[in-house]
Design a protein around this ligand. Structure first.
Ligand SMILES: O=P(O)(O)OC[C@H]1O[C@@H](O)[C@H](O)[C@@H](O)[C@@H]1O
Length: 237
């Protein structure tokens, strides 16, 4: 990987730097299946639903996208909704409780290959940012002990405060590139979610790397990945 051709690296977090996708996936499955069961629906929520409708999107957009695939219409509600509320925000908050319980109980460590790559890029002096839809990104980076490696973290909170469109729109990646002072063509985007790869592609970034943690190499390429790897270790300079 010729990193000297680029001036910045923009990393997605969940599934690229930390194995938090597994925690998110389990939390989503528990929440959606409990909810579908309570509605008396036979057709369960599956991992395929996660990759198609939820992965990489901001929390409430993931809820809305999945429910709409099942023709279930709920009011949006508000982020202050109780986790018991039958609203899009309430269901998202319910999932967030499960996520935080597991994070607090089990902690999180970065993928070893990702940590090697981060250290190698730091040694090259390449500025790095995290661009995550998650509103838990700072907590995950802190728990993983890697927050200091990044100039900036554009997460779900920053994006909400600035009114940026979430992935698959390119806005959050473009915002991070602006903070790092580079043109999109000079930056590499690293993503595991189809929505995130699509965001990198839409932003005309110099290189969009798909990290295949389950979405599938063909699907990542179809979403706009220029290169697909199974682990960030393959990207060492
Ligand atoms: O609910 P959070 O922590 O704000 O995260 C929103 C989304 O953030 C993304 O980074 C994850 O890939 C998704 O699984 C998650 O649903």
């Amino acid at each position: 990987m010729a990193w000297t051709n680029y001036r910045a690296a923009l990393f997605d977090l969940d599934g690229v730097l930390t194995p938090t996708t597994d925690i998110h996936m389990r939390a989503w499955a528990q929440m959606f299946n409990d909810y579908l069961h309570a509605r008396g629906t036979d057709d369960p929520y599956t991992d395929d639903d996660y990759f198609a409708y939820v992965d990489g999107r901001p929390r409430y957009e993931g809820v809305a996208c999945f429910l709409s695939s099942r023709h279930i219409n709920l009011p949006l509600g508000d982020s202050s909704d109780a986790p018991t509320a039958e609203t899009i925000a309430g269901l998202g908050n319910r999932k967030n409780e499960y996520f935080n319980q597991v994070l607090a109980r089990d902690g999180i460590a970065p993928y070893p290959g990702s940590l090697h790559l981060l250290h190698a890029l730091r040694d090259l002096g390449l500025p790095m940012a995290v661009v995550s839809s998650s509103r838990n990104a700072e907590a995950v980076l802190g728990a993983a002990g890697i927050r200091d490696l990044f100039v900036t973290v554009v997460d779900g909170n920053v994006s909400r405060d600035l009114g940026l469109k979430g992935k698959p729109a390119p806005d959050t990646f473009l915002h991070a590139a602006r903070i790092l002072g580079v043109e999109p063509a000079q930056a590499v985007v690293l993503e595991d979610a189809l929505s995130g790869v699509a965001a990198g592609h839409a932003g005309d970034f110099g290189l969009v790397v798909g990290v295949d943690r389950g979405a599938g190499a063909d699907a990542l390429r179809a979403a706009g990945a220029d290169l697909v790897v199974e682990d960030c270790e393959e990207l060492l300079p």
